[in-house]
Design a protein around this ligand. Sequence first.
Ligand code: AKG
Ligand code: FE2
Length: 373
Amino acid sequence: MADCTPMIPADMSASELELNEFVKHSELGARHLKSGPASQLPTLRRILHRSLHDKAHIYLVDLEVEMSPPNLYLPLIDLSSTDRASTAQSIRKACMDHGFFYVINHGIDDFIVKSLFRESMKFFDLPLSEKMKLERSKDHRGYTAPYSETLDTSSKFKGDLKESFYVGPINDSLNQWPSKESLPAWKVTMESYYEKILNVGFRLISLISIALNLDENFFTKIGALDSPMGFLRLLHYPGEIPESDKGKYGASAHSDYGMITLLVTDGMPGLQICREKDRSPQLWEGVDHVERALIVNIGDIMERWTNCTFRSTLHRVVAVGQERYSAAFFLDPNYDCVVECLETCCSETSPPRFPPIKSGDYLEERLRLTYSQ
Ligand SMILES: O=C(O)CCC(=O)C(=O)O
Ligand SMILES: [Fe+2]
C-alpha cells in the first residue's frame, strides 16, 4: 500500500484531474473506481486537503476507512434451533469461510446486556486516577488505560486508543472490583453477565465439537473446560481523537488468542475483519451490527487445534469519530490443557502444522508480547 504515497499531490490543492489520476493509480482507489468514482471524489478531496507530507500512513488509514467496501453480513447461527447437526454444519462452514459469525436467540435477555453497558459506562466515566487504582494485575484482572496496549505487535504506531477492564473467572478471588460506594451494582451485574455468556460459550463449544466430527462433549472430556480461563473484557473507544492520535487504531489488527470470543457491541461501527491476512494490499471489511446478536469468532488456540481448518481471522477496530462500547468474552481452555492437532483435522496428506503446546504457555506469551510494546 506504500505505493500510494508518491501519488499524493504535495500542493494540497488537487484538481479533479489529479484526483482522478490518484484514484486510478492507487490500488485501493482502483478497486473503488468500479463502484462509482464520482461519489468518492468529495471524500478524496477532503482527505487530500489535510497535511499529508509526512503522514502517509494516517492518510491511508483514513482512506481505507472512508472507502472501505460495503459491510460484511456474516453467517447467522440460530442457537435456539433443535436441529443440532444442521446448526453444527452451518458453524463449520462459517468457521472455515470467515472465522466469524453472528449468534441469535442465544437466550441472554436484552436487559442484561443493557445493564452491562450501563455499568461499563459508569466505570469508564470515573476519573483516570480512580480507574488506575484498579490497574491490571499480574493475573490480568482490572483496568488498562488508553495507549497501554498495542494489539498489532508489528505496528510502528504504538498504543491503541481503547481503554478496557478485565474480569476473570468469577469463582476465584483474583478479580478487582470498583468500590461498592462508587458503583454499587457493578460486581453483581458483571457476575450475572459472566455466568450467562459462559453458558452460551459452552453451548457453542459443544456445537463446534460436532462441527469437527467429534463427540459433542469432546472438550469437556479432555478436561479443557474444567476451570476454563473465561475473561470478560469491557472496552471503551474514544469519540473525538486529538490530531496527535490520528493514524492510531481503537484496537489495532490482531487475531484473538484463545478458543472462541463472544462479543457484544453498542451498535457503533468500527469493527473490521480481514479474511486473507497474507493478501496484499489487505482487504478490510466492516462488520454490520445485528440487533441482539452476538458476534463470535475463532481464536488462535482453536485454529491450532483444528490445524487451520477453522480460521482465527485478523480483525481491528478503527476510530470512526464516535464513542463506542463493547464487551468481549474470551473463552480459553484451562492453562494446563495441552493443545495439539485434533485427530479429525489431520491426515497423511495434511500433517499437523503446529507442535503440541500448553494452553497457559501460549496465552501468557501472547499477553506478554501485547504489553511489552
Ligand atoms: O470492540 C470490538 O469490537 C472488538 C474487540 C476485540 O477485538 C478484542 O478485544 O479482542
Ligand atoms: Fe479481538
